[in-house]
Ligand binder design. Structure first.
Ligand SMILES: Cc1cc2nc3c(=O)[nH]c(=O)nc-3n(C[C@H](O)[C@H](O)[C@H](O)COP(=O)(O)OP(=O)(O)OC[C@H]3O[C@@H](n4cnc5c(N)ncnc54)[C@H](O)[C@@H]3O)c2cc1C
Length: 389
C-alpha cells in the first residue's frame, strides 16, 4: 500500500496554524513508521505495544496541553485534538492509552491536585515513566456513575477504600489509579498506587474490540491511603464528569482519524480491485458509498475543528462535546462498516485496517458515555428537560 493520503476535501489545512500542522505531521509520520508495522500482531495477541511508550513520550503526546513547568508541552487544545486524530488513525487502542494518561489522569491531577501531587506525578507521566488509569465504572454502574458502590471512609489521618471497578483502560500496566469513591462527604478522587496492600488490577481477557489495549478490573479490599493521596479540590460527581469531558473532546477528533484510515484504504483498494473487468470504484454503488463517507468525514472534521477553537477560547460546554463525540464516533463506525464491506473478503483480514477499526469503534461508541447517553445530553441541552431517568 502507498503512503497514507488523508481526505481533505475542503482544504481544511488552511484552518490550522503552522504549529498545529507540524504536530499533526510528526504524529502522522510516527504512526505510519513506528506503530502500524506492529499493530496486527499486537491486536492478535491482545497486547499494547508498551515498548513504544518512550517514543510516545518523546513525541510529546502525553498531556500535551499540560504547562511546561509540569513537564508538558503547553500546546493548545486543537493541537491535542489533532494528536488524538492521528493516533486513532493508527488504532483506537493507541489513542485510548494516550487519552487516559493525559485527559483522565494528568488533567485531574493538574485541575484538582495539590502542588505536591502535581510535582510528583505530572513530569513523570509526561515522560512516560509513570502510567495512570482512571477508575470510575463499576460492574453495576456505567452510564450512571452516581450509582457507584466503591466507598472510602476516614481512618485516622487516612482513608480506607473498598470496592470494585471494571473496564479500566491501562489498569494492569499502571503505576497509579485515579479511583473515584463514595464518602460520607460525597464522591471523592484518590490516587492509589500499585503495590498498595489490598489493591490489584487483574486484566480482563477475551475482548474482540480494543484488543491492542489493556482493560482491567480494579479490586480494592481495605486499601489504606493517606489523606495526601486524595485529590483535594475534587468534590462530587462533577469532578470525574469534568475529566470525561476532556477525554471525550479527544475522542471526537479520534473518530475522524479512524474514519480517515478506513476511507483511505477503501478508496485505494476499490481503485485497484478489478471486478467484471473494471475497478470496483468505477461502479455507481461504490461511488455513492465513497461520496457519503467523504461528506461525513468532512462534517466531522469541521465539527472537531470548531469544537477545538471553542475549547481554546474557553467557550466549549459539555453538551458541545457530547454532540461531537456522538457524531464523530458514529461516523467512524459507519465508515468502518461500509469500508469493511467494500474490501470484500479482504475486509475481514487483519492485513487490512478496516476490520480492526470497525471492531475497535464498537468500544469507542460505548465508552466515555454511550451514543444514546450523549443523545440524551444534547436533548437535555436543547429542551432543558433531562430524560436520563
Ligand atoms: C474497552 C473499554 C474501555 C473502558 N475504559 C474505561 C476506563 O478507563 N475507565 C472507566 O471508568 N470506564 C471505562 N469503560 C467503561 C465505559 O465507560 C462504560 O462501559 C460505559 O459508560 C457504559 O456503561 P455500561 O457498560 O455499564 O453500560 P450500561 O450503563 O449498562 O448501558 C447499557 C445500555 O443501556 C443504555 N442506557 C443506559 N442508560 C440509559 C438511559 N438513561 N436511557 C436510555 N438508554 C440508556 C446505554 O446507552 C446502553 O446501550 C470502558 C469500557 C470499554 C468497553
Amino acid at each position: 500500500m502507498d503512503a497514507y493520503r488523508p481526505l481533505d476535501f475542503y482544504d481544511l489545512d488552511d484552518l490550522f496554524s503552522e504549529e498545529e500542522r507540524m504536530v499533526r505531521d510528526s504524529v502522522r509520520a510516527w504512526v505510519s513508521e513506528r506503530f502500524l508495522p506492529g499493530i496486527m500482531e499486537h491486536f492478535e495477541n491482545g497486547t499494547f505495544p508498551m515498548e513504544l511508550v518512550p517514543e510516545l513520550a518523546e513525541l510529546g503526546v502525553f498531556g500535551p496541553t499540560t504547562p511546561e513547568e509540569y513537564g508538558g508541552a503547553g500546546l493548545n487544545s486543537v493541537a491535542y485534538g489533532i494528536i488524538c486524530q492521528e493516533l486513532e488513525r493508527g488504532d483506537s487502542g493507541l489513542r485510548s492509552f494516550v487519552s487516559v494518561q493525559g485527559s483522565l489522569v494528568m488533567w485531574p491531577i493538574l485541575e484538582y491536585g495539590s502542588e505536591e501531587q502535581k510535582r510528583r506525578w505530572l513530569p513523570a507521566m509526561a515522560a512516560g515513566k509513570k502510567i495512570g488509569c482512571f477508575g470510575l465504572t463499576e460492574p453495576d454502574a456505567g452510564s450512571n456513575p452516581g450509582g457507584m458502590q466503591t466507598t472510602a471512609r476516614r481512618d485516622g489521618d487516612g482513608w480506607i477504600l473498598n470496592g470494585r471497578k471494571m473496564w479500566i483502560t491501562n489498569g494492569t500496566v499502571s503505576d497509579v489509579g485515579v479511583v473515584w469513591a463514595r464518602t460520607p462527604e460525597g464522591i471523592r478522587g484518590f490516587l492509589v498506587e500499585t503495590g498498595t496492600p489490598g489493591y490489584s488490577a487483574p486484566e480482563q481477557k477475551h475482548k474482540w474490540s480494543l484488543r491492542a489495549s489493556v482493560t482491567s478490573e480494579l479490586v480494592l479490599e481495605d486499601v489504606r491511603v493517606p489523606d495526601s493521596a486524595r485529590l483535594p479540590k475534587a468534590e462530587g460527581l462533577k469532578a470525574p464528569l469534568s475529566c470525561l469531558t476532556q477525554a471525550r473532546y479527544g475522542i471526537a477528533w479520534g473518530g475522524v482519524g479512524a474514519a480517515q484510515a478506513c476511507f483511505d484504504e477503501a478508496l485505494r483498494y476499490t481503485k485497484e480491485r478489478i471486478v467484471f473487468d473494471k475497478p470496483v470504484a468505477a461502479y455507481q454503488i461504490p461511488q455513492a458509498k465513497l461520496a457519503d463517507m467523504a461528506t461525513k468525514i468532512t462534517n466531522g472534521q469541521l465539527m472537531a475543528w470548531r469544537l477545538g477553537r471553542l475549547k481554546d477560547a474557553g467557550r466549549m460546554t459539555p453538551a458541545h462535546v457530547s454532540m461531537a463525540k456522538r457524531n464523530n464516533v458514529h461516523l467512524g463506525l459507519e465508515c468502518a462498516r461500509v469500508c469493511r464491506d467494500m474490501l470484500g473478503a479482504n475486509g475481514i483480514s487483519l492485513e487490512y485496517q478496516v476490520g480492526r477499526h470497525m471492531l475497535n469503534l464498537e468500544s469507542v461508541i460505548t465508552y466515555e458515555g454511550t451514543h444514546d447517553i450523549h443523545t440524551l445530553a444534547v436533548g437535555a441541552e436543547l429542551t432543558g428537560i433531562p430524560a436520563f431517568r
